[in-house]
Design a protein around this ligand. Structure first.
Ligand SMILES: Nc1nc2c(c(=O)[nH]1)N[C@H]1C(S)=C(S)[C@@H](COP(=O)(O)OP(=O)(O)OC[C@H]3O[C@@H](n4cnc5c(=O)[nH]c(N)nc54)[C@H](O)[C@@H]3O)O[C@H]1N2
Ligand SMILES: Nc1nc2c(c(=O)[nH]1)N[C@H]1C(S)=C(S)[C@@H](COP(=O)(O)OP(=O)(O)OC[C@H]3O[C@@H](n4cnc5c(=O)[nH]c(N)nc54)[C@H](O)[C@@H]3O)O[C@H]1N2
Ligand code: SF4
Ligand SMILES: [Mo]
Length: 669
């Protein structure tokens, strides 16, 4: 038996924690995966999903060979072919299509199946060089980013670990116990030290168990709530005027504009009782170390960027930014830590190339002209399951004249529609550069085992396709390892800011934290918090109602603990534990419709009609309906999931998805 040993690696998933892993292996097989006790965020524990990553790596469902479709689209019937055949067929079809329609008839579709930099970004170089349509990758948190940018620019927030030292914490639109475990751990620590924790949510999520108080808002009304809290503080003389004078611009007109808001009116608009709102606001302002943890939930609305901008004002008017460990958590990342441009090669892109928004894939596949989309290449994503307007997405994927290539680890719903499927590897089978969007951790990884079957990483796959297309740029002649070395040979100022000890640890494959920047060094034009932005369509933060539709129930898309979007659905134990696709309804809304808990129901709006079961729970307030988790349309009773009820409208800024800004009605089947 080969000798077993432990190697360090990093979790690749789209999760704010960016965990460090310890992997037991013999170089061929992964036996066990544990949280790295020496990783500054992970501190030895992983989520349930990754604690058995070996089951994903060695899943019997892994795709191990390139495949060519033999049955109808969507049926999942394929025959194995060689990589050379696959590359020749793809290059041949693309050459024909480019000759007929131009390269913009090819559309890449990718998101964050892996967050690691090389495998995330390398496709940008390939498709820019090809001249394909460019994908706007905005399904996740771009509106949240924009909301921050509009008031505090690029200022990073605190590390989530700092929350352990806070005495008043608002968890705003994040189900931390499912999606941000290590922030939840820091909040638990703070609670042990006596912190008061408030949840601002659309329904009572698992995170409510961490909280002293839960403020349930009507979806899309957070901006009003925040501004009414500011008004309460202004009228109570609790504004930190010294801080505002020192660290902000436009605060006087902003404070004057609060006349438009009141706690009483907030109760009508948001559903939060005026007294509860007052108590929460006054408690936050009186704390020594108050902080707001921001999830993306409130930003997934047509007024989403504005909601985030308004919620930030609470941390500003109270001077929370300047208090020890206080301010905001949720705007920190390792963006800019590596020379991403060496991987993504923005210079390969034509400036005027057509852009297609990833949230509008359904319409793009069915309706775009001049040229139409004739080929789709999917990697790091599963649009059949995760995208809005699912009925249109599936119709588009089913087009006989669409040449679809999917680079995947599993035969996802999207892969079932492919003409060619290419086998992808997992993060333990290649080296990369780990980053994080929930802390300032960085880590370099090396392959732990050889690729399973004939699977290949994204970088090597694009290099192969580039050769098949005849691209001669030296970029495409590199191996994945050479790409990693090239990026590390060109360190950024951020990476250079590691002290010698941390740099040595980074070089040895440990996860390390970059030093924090000063919390009040605001990275805006003025160097201050900017309440007033005359250059924006809305110069001051203000409440703009969400445009969600006119149905009686506001549909909220929320995550679930067992899976990560559609990832981890290869794991029977996790799929069993999360249960079947359900719509969460309040007892009042269920009773009014004659819907019993567990009943089969139809849910509909203008876009589609979906069948699922009802879960009737007093965790959900009347008027709100919740879709937890991402499910598979091929396994859904009516062939569609609740994503079919989510529209393609974009947010007020950032062109992001409005997954939480839709309305529906429901009835027993
Ligand atoms: N286990 C697990 N972990 C995950 C994921 C997962 O699917 N499962 N997803 C990963 C990804 S891709 C991301 S982007 C992050 C997301 O992580 P976060 O950005 O921290 O947000 P979520 O935990 O998804 O929670 C969003 C919450 O916002 C609430 N919400 C919706 N609309 C509103 C509103 O108008 N106001 C308020 N106050 N709340 C609202 C929803 O009810 C939901 O509970 O998590 C990552 N981690
Ligand atoms: N109903 C509902 N819809 C949602 C959400 C929700 O909470 N509810 N969340 C939204 C959010 S926040 C996001 S970010 C999106 C996420 O949408 P996606 O980024 O599409 O996320 P996943 O569903 O995890 O699919 C990622 C796919 O990438 C594959 N993959 C992993 N690693 C690699 C690799 O190295 N190479 C290749 N080629 N493939 C790889 C995985 O096998 C997996 O099938 O979904 C959005 N859609
Ligand atoms: S908590 Fe997030 S980063 Fe950590 S192991 Fe789980 S999915 Fe990966
Ligand atoms: Mo996301």
């Amino acid at each position: 038996m080969a000798e077993r040993y432990w190697r360090r690696s990093a979790c690749p998933y789209d999760c704010p924690d960016g965990c460090g892993l310890l992997v037991e292996t013999d170089g061929k097989t992964v036996y066990r995966v544990q949280g790295d006790p020496e990783h500054p965020v992970t501190r030895g524990f992983l989520c349930r999903k990754m604690a058995h990553y070996e089951r994903t790596v060695h899943s019997p469902d892994r795709i191990t060979m390139p495949l060519r479709r033999t049955g109808p689209k969507g049926a999942g019937q394929f025959e194995p072919i060689s990589w050379d055949e696959a590359a020749a067929e793809i290059a041949g079809r693309w050459r024909q299509l480019i000759a007929c329609y131009g390269a913009e008839c090819i559309l890449p579709y990718s998101y964050a199946g892996t967050e690691h930099k090389i495998q995330f970004l390398c496709g940008h170089a390939f498709f820019s060089r090809l001249g394909a349509s460019m994908l706007e990758r905005t399904i996740c948190a771009k509106a949240k980013d924009e909301g921050f940018r509009q008031i505090i620019g690029a200022t990073p927030g605190r590390n989530p670990g700092d929350l352990a030292n806070c005495d008043n914490i608002f968890i705003w639109g994040s189900n931390v116990t499912a999606t941000w475990l290590h922030a939840a751990a820091a909040i638990r620590e703070a609670k042990k030290r006596g912190a008061r924790v408030t949840l601002i949510e659309t329904y009572r999520t698992e995170a409510a168990a961490l909280c002293d108080e839960v403020l349930l808002v009507r979806p899309g009304t957070d901006a009003y709530l925040a501004l009414a809290m500011d008004r309460v503080l202004r009228d109570a003389g609790k504004i930190d005027r010294d801080f505002l004078a020192r660290c902000s611009v436009g605060w006087e007109p902003f404070l004057a504009s609060l006349d438009d808001y009141s706690a009483e009116e907030a109760e009508r608009v948001t559903g939060v009782p005026a007294e509860q709102l007052r108590r929460a606001a006054l408690g936050f302002a009186a704390a020594l170390s108050p902080a707001i943890l921001f999830g993306a939930g409130m930003s997934r609305h047509t007024n989403g960027a504005m909601a985030v901008r308004c919620a930030v004002t609470l941390a500003a008017v109270t001077g929370a930014f300047a208090r020890p460990f206080g301010g905001i958590v949720g705007n920190i990342s390792t963006a800019g830590v590596y020379r991403d441009d060496l991987i993504s090669q923005p210079g390969f892109a034509r400036k005027d190339v057509r852009r297609v928004n990833m949230n509008q894939l359904g319409t793009a596949l069915n309706e775009l002209r001049d040229p139409p989309i004739m080929s789709l290449y999917v990697y790091n994503s599963n649009p059949a399951c995760i995208a809005p307007n699912q009925r249109a997405v599936l119709r588009g994927l089913g087009r006989e004249d669409l040449f679809t290539v999917v680079h995947e680890r599993f035969l996802t719903d999207t892969a079932k529609y492919a003409d060619i499927v290419l086998p992808a590897d997992t993060a333990l089978e290649h080296g990369d550069l780990a980053a994080s969007y929930g802390s300032r951790t960085v880590q370099k990884t090396a392959p732990v085992i050889a690729p399973v079957g004939e699977s290949r990483c994204n970088f090597d796959t694009f290099a192969l396709l580039a050769r098949a297309m005849g691209f001669r740029e030296p970029y495409f002649a590199q191996t994945n390892e050479e790409m990693q070395e090239a990026v590390l040979a060109a360190p950024t100022a951020a990476l250079a800011s590691l002290d010698a000890a941390d740099r040595a640890r980074f070089d040895a494959g440990y996860g390390v934290l970059l030093p924090e920047t000063a919390p009040c060094a605001f990275e805006t034009k003025s160097g201050k918090i900017e309440f007033l932005r005359p250059d924006l369509p809305e110069p001051l933060p203000r409440y703009v109602p969400d445009r969600a539709g006119s149905g009686p129930l506001h549909l909220v898309a929320a995550p679930c603990r067992e899976t990560l979007n559609s990832s981890f659905t290869e794991r029977p134990e996790l799929v069993r534990s999360r249960g079947e696709m359900a719509l969460l309804l309040s007892p009042a809304d269920a009773a009014a419709r004659g819907i019993a808990d567990g009943a089969a129901i139809a849910v509909w709006n203008d876009l589609a009609r979906v069948e699922c079961v009802a879960r009737v729970t007093d965790k959900v307030p009347a008027g709100t309906a919740v879709a937890e988790g991402v499910y598979s349309p091929s396994a859904a009773p009516g062939g569609l999931t609740l994503n079919a009820l989510m529209g393609e409208a974009l947010t007020d800024a950032g062109r992001a998805a409005t997954l939480c800004a839709n309305t529906v009605d429901a009835a027993p089947l």
